[in-house]
Write a protein that binds this ligand. Sequence first.
Ligand code: NAD
Ligand code: MLT
Length: 311
Amino acid sequence: MFKVIVTDPISETGLQALHAHQEFDVEQRTNLTPDELIDKIKDYDALIVRSQTQVTREVIQAADRLKVIARAGVGVDNINIDAATEKGIIVINAPAGNTIAATEHTLAMMLSLARNIPQAYGSLTSGRWDRKHFKGVELYQKTLGVVGMGRIGTEVAKRAKGFQMNILGYDPFLTEDRAKKLGIIKASLDEIAEKADFITVHTPLTAETRGLIDAAYLAKTKKGVRLVNCARGGIIDEQALVDAVNSGHVAGAAIDVFEHEPPENTGLTNNPNIIVTPHLGASTEEAQEKVAQSVSEEIVEIFTTGAVQHA
Ligand code: NAD
Ligand code: MLT
């Protein structure tokens, strides 16, 4: 019997691949404290998480029989990969299951930002009829800088073209040929700063991308630029963003992800020009089913055949 523990909310339908096999015993424990997880983890062969559970070195050190840590999503920044590797534990993710959900959330955030929809909703539902405070801007013929042209960045660029935006893409792996095929312009980060009306980030959070958009970079951007972060908190330096919005240099921002979740920087969450959602990029029925199914099927593969796809 292989024992699997699920410590963040995961689609039950997506877990069917595991339930269908008698060799797997699946336990859902979504409210464990870090100490409780450290205490329990020694009894399990596989751990399934989303972004909330912090799979720290301490958790991994206590994991006597753990073979697989599965991230039902893309980013593995909540898992201590070095500690897992040292212990020979395989870390897998579900890289493509939530691409469309995160893409659509990015577009929803960009439109909401451009048209002040959350602010106008808040105003009307508080009993006011105020039209003059919520004049927005159009996306049409504006320039969008996409930082990180992987799965989500590419899908965002394709859809933004539908709004007839001009797209500048920055990614170390973006070739001129691919940019041409996508109908976008390959650009440097500085070119994006100089020309973009909207900037959206879609990189992983790494040592290199932490603070990629910092105070110095924001100072180079066009006055009135709007920023979107549906990737990872910390890629855009939170305090630098708050300062740039408060100074009026940045017109507004739409943020789904935070350096600490729940967020600690109230300058970000109580700002009339910054709209926020609580890490909802992947929160669609479809995406949650796909990522749960992807990791479930891969866990079955690993324990029954030894094959690994998304390590
Ligand atoms: P991906 O791996 O397909 O794409 C990431 C891209 O970033 C790659 O093309 C890579 O070359 C590029 N990149 C890496 N370092 C860079 C740098 N310094 N500058 C520019 N580009 C760089 O990943 P993805 O599936 O597109 O996901 C992108 C991000 O979105 C990840 O951080 C992921 O965790 C996050 N995400 C968030 C949500 C959410 O709920 N908000 C949902 C899904 C994914
Ligand atoms: C991801 O990296 O896949 C996202 O953060 C989605 C999530 O797990 O909520």
